[in-house]
Design a protein around this ligand. Structure first.
Ligand code: BF8
Ligand code: SF4
Length: 626
């Protein structure tokens, strides 16, 4: 094997498929990353600005060249504005995804979305009650209509506080009010971020950063929370479900349909079509043994969480999966879909289908899904996938799949604990579990694929820290075998005992990236049970391989919610020591938590461990020297 494949990824299937793509002479994201070297140092430090056409401008980080843009903006202003816009884009992506689910909910209420239904009426009623909607003796569709309307109001400008933010502990909400960062409307905060960062508006780097936190909170306690809750209402609240992961989930003798993207609205309907006995019969009539639906990235996580649909891989695997030659069709919705995929697919037999009016890609056929036609479209695309099975060339599925358990919603965790968070709190107090860490986020060719996630997770569970994961981190950890009950053999003695008696793995799959809100809800429940704030708990967050604007928004709302967060890759802020200092130190006195940056996961584990022990000490619990 060419040596550099091993430096690019720790995943065996990744290494072998990289080798194959080299032989096939198909470029990958790593090749293009190499071709971009050296990347622009100004942009890396966040000191380039192209917000207006008096520019583009850049600040010389060595102090020799210009220290101001044409308008007079200095490095602090430029860095803060750029970061604010990253957060606005990330918050917009999650929140618009949430809006699409609300649209489906509204259509279900009007009976104009054939094939969609309310699968979790209990959750429907619970969320409706939070909005003061009467549920007694009413039909689910009526309640759903009122709830959809109320959720649309969360996006607007009529409110002073998001209703969903009411789920945060009292102390946290008081703090947000005091700091004037309580999110008001979801779209409002994003729109205001774009206004503030227009040339000649907000030129205070501190006020820009505070609004950025408010914008991020409108994602975490708004758009993403709505996305998760409405997905549960429409498609079911996850329960622990066995599944399989890595490219070994592809089947050489079945029609392989892979869904990629984020929104379950399309992938759920594709699943229904792929499981229809008539479609399976059609596949058999074409010589296949069946239809094998697999996921990639977060839409894959959505299906994995609720139905145990197998997961073919995470972000950096999305090109490599196609190189197996086994994917008869890939169906995408939006976010994190590399525009290279159409070209990669053209080198094999894979048909590529885009489905969202918001997201087009070169080399893909566009078949647009809407709530009213989704069922018909799903059957159309799956039928085409079956027809494409005959066009397969040679197939290379390099590894066996790995077992995993997904589906840990907060409801499922509380259920596993016997109905209340007390056993978890007792284990924390007794020091058997030292604390918990959320490991979340992406892959990034700047960090060896999956190495950041897997190494950090390994070190934390060894040291009795429970890991909750989402997104591409969750897929990395599943592939590493951390998500079966036997994985307690990797855990420290206390965590091993607790997980063993509860029958859960030491690493809990909490879902897709919007499902990070499940971690917030659990953290709020723990804080409420202890009568304290989230910032007092022995918790931490980490995004060891993050790349996307969405991840910046997540990091910002997690910190603004009071949870210390360690980033792997450095965000583009190094050009402003003021902004760096605020985010890594100053925020402690503001929101009770900070960011840290540490690309080495071994060292990141040390940071998280000392933070958790420190938090334990402040709570009056026993402290272990790391
Ligand atoms: O929302 S973890 S690479 S797939 S952004 Fe994207 Fe990052 Fe993966 Fe999911 Ni999240
Ligand atoms: Fe340059 Fe200012 Fe325009 Fe940015 S806003 S491009 S710093 S003139």
């Amino acid at each position: 094997m060419t040596h550099h494949h091993k430096t690019r990824t720790i995943a065996k299937d990744g290494q072998l498929l990289l080798q194959k793509m080299e032989t096939d002479q198909v470029e990958t994201v790593w090749d293009r990353h190499d071709a971009q070297q050296p990347q622009c140092g100004f942009c890396e430090m966040g000191v380039s600005c192209r917000i207006c056409v008096m520019g583009p401008c850049r600040i010389d980080p060595f102090g020799e060249g210009p220290q101001q843009g044409v308008c007079g903006a200095d490095a602090d202003i430029i860095v803060a504005r750029n970061l604010c816009r990253m957060i606005a884009a990330g918050a917009a992506a999650h929140s618009d995804h949430g809006r699409d689910l609300v649209d489906v909910l509204a259509s279900v209420a009007e009976n104009s979305a054939p094939g969609y239904e309310i699968r979790d009426t209990e959750k429907l009623c619970k969320v409706a009650a939070e909005y003061g909607i009467d549920t007694q003796g009413r039909q689910p569709a009526e309640v759903a209509g009122d709830l959809a309307y109320a959720l649309q109001e969360e996006y607007g400008t009529r409110k002073k506080e998001l209703s969903m933010a009411g789920r945060a502990p009292e102390k946290r909400r008081d703090l947000w009010r005091k700091l004037n960062i309580m999110p008001r409307g979801i779209d409002r905060e994003t729109s205001e971020a774009m206004h503030r960062t227009h040339m000649g508006v907000d030129n205070g780097w501190q006020s820009l950063m505070l609004h950025s936190l408010r914008n991020a909170l409108s994602d975490g306690w708004g758009g993403s929370m709505i996305a998760t809750e409405v997905s549960d209402i429409l498609f079911g609240t996850p329960k622990p479900t066995p599944t399989k992961v890595n490219t070994g989930v592809l089947k050489s003798d079945q029609v392989n349909v892979v869904v990629h993207g984020h929104n379950p609205v399309v992938s759920e309907m594709v699943m229904a079509a792929a499981q229809d006995p008539e479609m399976i019969q059609f596949a058999e009539s074409r010589g296949a043994k069946g239809i094998n639906l697999c996921g990639l990235c977060c839409t894959g996580n959505e299906l994995l969480m609720r139905h145990g649909i197998p997961m073919a891989g995470n972000h950096l695997m999305t090109e490599l999966v196609i190189a197996t030659g086994a994917v008869d069709m890939m169906i995408v919705d939006y976010q994190c879909i590399m525009p290279s995929l159409g070209h990669v697919a053209s080198c094999y037999h894979t048909e590529m289908i885009s489905t969202s009016d918001k997201a087009r890609f070169p080399g893909m056929q566009h078949m647009e899904f809407h709530p009213d036609n989704a069922r018909k479209m799903a059957y159309d695309v799956v039928k085409r996938a079956v027809e494409n099975y005959a066009n397969r060339g040679s197939v290379y599925i390099p590894v066996e799949s790995v077992d995993a358990v997904g589906g840990f919603s907060v409801e499922a965790v509380i259920n596993a604990l016997g109905g209340a968070p007390d056993p978890l709190l007792d284990a924390l107090k007794a020091g058997k579990i030292r604390g918990a860490a959320g490991i979340v986020g992406c892959n990034n060719p700047k960090i060896k694929h999956d190495y950041g996630h897997v190494t950090l997770t390994k070190r934390l569970i060894e040291n009795d820290i429970l890991v909750l994961d989402t997104g591409c981190a969750a897929v990395a950890n599943a592939k590493a075998g951390f998500k079966i009950s036997d994985a307690i053999s990797h855990a420290g003695p206390g965590l091993k005992e607790v997980c063993g008696s509860l029958g859960i793995p030491p690493v809990l799959h909490f879902g897709s990236c919007v499902d990070n809100v499940r971690i917030l809800v659990l953290a709020a429940a723990l804080a409420d049970a202890l009568g304290t704030d989230i910032s007092d708990l022995p918790l931490a967050g980490a995004a060891p391989e993050w790349y996307s604007e969405k991840a910046v928004s997540i990091g910002a709302y997690v910190v603004a919610s009071g949870i210390y967060t360690v980033l792997g890759p450095m965000p583009p802020i190094a050009g402003s020591m003021n902004v760096v200092d605020l985010l890594t130190r100053g925020l402690q006195g503001v929101v009770g938590a900070t960011f840290a940056v540490e690309p080495d996961p071994e060292k990141a584990a040390g940071l998280i461990q000392s933070h958790i022990e420190n938090q334990r000490g402040n709570l009056g619990l026993d402290v272990k020297n790391a």
